[in-house]
Design a binder for this molecule. Structure first.
Ligand code: NBP
Length: 477
C-alpha cells in the first residue's frame, strides 16, 4: 500500500480531483468502473504526479495506506450505492469513504448510519467549482465525523481553493449529512443569484434599451464594486461573446429554456419541509421551469400587456444604476433566506453549523464566490446568534440605502411588463418581515370560520374559537 488517497469515478470531476491531489504531492490510487478511463488519465497526465492505476476493487483498496481514504466521484444516486456496496466489504474499521458527488443529504444520512455500524466513516462532501474548481481548487464542504476530518482535513485544505487572505475554502461542516445539505443550499442560492442577474439583464435590455455588449460593460463595472463575483464576471463574458456562425450576440442564439439538475428543487422541497420561506430560490426554480414550458408559452403569445419602451440615453444610465441597487438588495434577501435554511437544517438535525464559517469557505472556488461573502462572515463574527442576515445593522442599512431604487425598478418593470419574480419576491419578503401586522390574522380567522382551527388573541393568552354557525360568541378551548 502506497497511496495516501484513492479516487474512484474518473469522469470530469473525479479525474480533475485526482490530478489536484497528485499535484499537491499525494500518491493517488485510481479506479473507474470502465478501466479505459483510468488508463487514459495516466497516459495524459501521469507526469503531473504519483498515480497508482488499478483495475479491480480489491487492487484499489490494497493500494491505499491505512486508514484508507477512498473518494467516490460517481453519478449521484444509485451509482453511489453500487460503489459503496462494492467497496465497503473490503474496508476495515477506521477507513473512510468520501462521497464527493451531489448526493441528497437524506441519502448521505442513511449511508453514514449504515457504515458507522461497521466502523467505517462515511464523509458526505459537497464540492463546488465544476471541473475547473476540482482541478485548481474547489470549495469543499465535508460532513461526517470529527475524527474523519482529522485524517482528511489537512489533505482537503491543501487541494481547496484559497481565499484572498490565504485561508483554505474548506471546513468541517458538521456530522453525517451536514456537508451535502450545505452544498444543496449553496446551489439553491446559486439559482437565485443567476435568476436575479437574468432579471437585471432583461431590464437593461428592454427598459434601458442596451445591447448585450453594452450590458456586458455595465456588468464589468458592477464587478469592480460590491457585486464583485464570479457569476457577474462570467455574465459579462457571455454577453460580450458573439456567435461565430451568425455574428449575432451569443445570448440571442441560445434557446431560452433553462434546465436544472435538481439541487435547486431539493433546496425548495426541504425548505417547505422545514417551514423556511426561501421565496427567492423558489422563484428561481419556478422561473427555469416556466421557461421550459414551450407549448404553454406559445399558447400565451396573444395575451395583452405593455410592450417595454426603451428609455432615453440619460434616463437609461440612471436606470442602470438603479438596477444595480435592486440587484444588490435582492441578493441580500436571497442569502438571508439561504442562511435561514441552513440554520433551520442545523437545528433540526443537530449539526451545530457555524454559519460564518460557511460564508467564509464560499469566498473562493465555488460558483457563488463573491466579495460579498466576507460581509456575511463579518456579520456572524459580530453576532454569532444573528437571527437573520437582515438583523445585522450593516446589511439593514445597505438595504435601506438601496430600497428607493429597488422599489422604483420593480414599479417600472411592472408598468413596462417585464417579469421580475426574483426582485419582486425579495422585496415582498422584506416588506412582510418589517410589517407591524400581516394579513395572517385574517387567514387565521378564515381558518377558524370554515374549519374550527382556532386562533390566538393579541390581548390574552389561550386558544379560542368563535361559534361562527351559532351566536358568534367566543369560546376558549
Ligand atoms: P458523472 O456524474 O457523469 O458520472 C460519471 C461517473 O460515474 C463515471 O466514472 C462512471 O463510470 C461512474 N458510474 C456510473 Br454513471 N454508474 C456507475 C456504477 N453503477 N458503478 C460505478 N461507477 C459508475 O460524472 P461527473 O460529472 O464527473 O460528476 C461526478 C459527481 O460530482 C456527480 O455526483 C456530480 O453530481 C458531482 N458534481 C459535478 C460537478 C460538475 O460540474 N460536473 C460539480 C460538482 C459536483 P464509467 O466511466 O464506467 O461510466
Amino acid at each position: 500500500a502506497s497511496a495516501q488517497i484513492g479516487v474512484t469515478g474518473l469522469a470530469v470531476m473525479g479525474r480533475n480531483l485526482a490530478r489536484n491531489f497528485a499535484r499537491h504531492g499525494y500518491t493517488v490510487a485510481l479506479h473507474n468502473r470502465t478501466a479505459a478511463k483510468t488508463r487514459a488519465l495516466v497516459e495524459e497526465f501521469g507526469d503531473e504526479g504519483s498515480f497508482v492505476p488499478t483495475e479491480s476493487a480489491e487492487e484499489f483498496v490494497a493500494a491505499l495506506e491505512r486508514p484508507r481514504r477512498l473518494v467516490v466521484m460517481v453519478k449521484a444516486g444509485e451509482a453511489t450505492d453500487a460503489v459503496i456496496d462494492e467497496f465497503a466489504p473490503l474496508l476495515e474499521e477506521g477507513d473512510m469513504i468520501v462521497d464527493g458527488g451531489n448526493a441528497h443529504f437524506a441519502d448521505t444520512r442513511r449511508r453514514e448510519r449504515k457504515l458507522r455500524e461497521r466502523g467505517i466513516h462515511f464523509v458526505g462532501t459537497g464540492i463546488s467549482g465544476g471541473e475547473e474548481g476540482a482541478l485548481n481548487g474547489p470549495s469543499i464542504m465535508p460532513g461526517g465525523s470529527k475524527e474523519s476530518y482529522k485524517a482528511l482535513g489537512p489533505m482537503l485544505e491543501k487541494i481547496a481553493a484559497k481565499a484572498e487572505d490565504g485561508a483554505p475554502c474548506v471546513t468541517h461542516i458538521g456530522p453525517d449529512g451536514a456537508g451535502h445539505f450545505v452544498k444543496m443550499v449553496h446551489n439553491g442560492i446559486e439559482y437565485a443569484d443567476m435568476q436575479l442577474i437574468g432579471e437585471a439583464y432583461q431590464l437593461l435590455r428592454d427598459v434601458a434599451g442596451y445591447s448585450p455588449a453594452r450590458i456586458a460593460d455595465v456588468f464589468r463595472t458592477w464587478n469592480t464594486g460590491r457585486l464583485d463575483s464570479y457569476l457577474i464576471e462570467i455574465t459579462a463574458e457571455v454577453l460580450k461573446h458573439s456567435d461565430p456562425k451568425t455574428g449575432k450576440p451569443f445570448v440571442d442564439v441560445v434557446a431560452d429554456a433553462a434546465e436544472q439538475k435538481g439541487t435547486g428543487r431539493w433546496t425548495v422541497q426541504i425548505a417547505l419541509d422545514l417551514g423556511v420561506p426561501v421565496s427567492g430560490i423558489a422563484e428561481a426554480v419556478f422561473a427555469r421551469s416556466l421557461s421550459g414550458h414551450t407549448a404553454l408559452r406559445e399558447a400565451s403569445g396573444h395575451l395583452s400587456g405593455p410592450t417595454p419602451k426603451p428609455l432615453e440615453e440619460a434616463e437609461a444610465a440612471r436606470f442602470a444604476d438603479q438596477v444595480e441597487q435592486a440587484l444588490y438588495a435582492s441578493k441580500i434577501v436571497s442569502y438571508t433566506q439561504g442562511f435561514h435554511e441552513i440554520a433551520a437544517g442545523s437545528a433540526e438535525y443537530g449539526w451545530d453549523i457555524d454559519l460564518g464559517a460557511v460564508a467564509s469557505i464560499w469566498r473562493a472556488g465555488c460558483i457563488i464566490r463573491a466579495a460579498f461573502l466576507d460581509r456575511i462572515t463579518a456579520a456572524y463574527a459580530r453576532q454569532p446568534e444573528l437571527p437573520s442576515l437582515l438583523s445585522d445593522p450593516r446589511f439593514a442599512s445597505e438595504v435601506e440605502g438601496a430600497q428607493g431604487d429597488w422599489r422604483d425598478v420593480i414599479g417600472t418593470a411592472v408598468r413596462q411588463g417585464v417579469a421580475t419574480p426574483g426582485f419582486s419576491t425579495a422585496l415582498a419578503y422584506y416588506d412582510a418581515l418589517r410589517a407591524p401586522r400581516l394579513p395572517a390574522a385574517l387567514t387565521q380567522a378564515q381558518r377558524d370560520y370554515f374549519g374550527a382551527h382556532t386562533y390566538q388573541r393579541v390581548d390574552r393568552d389561550g386558544t379560542f374559537h368563535t361559534l361562527w354557525g351559532g351566536d358568534r360568541s367566543e369560546v376558549e378551548s
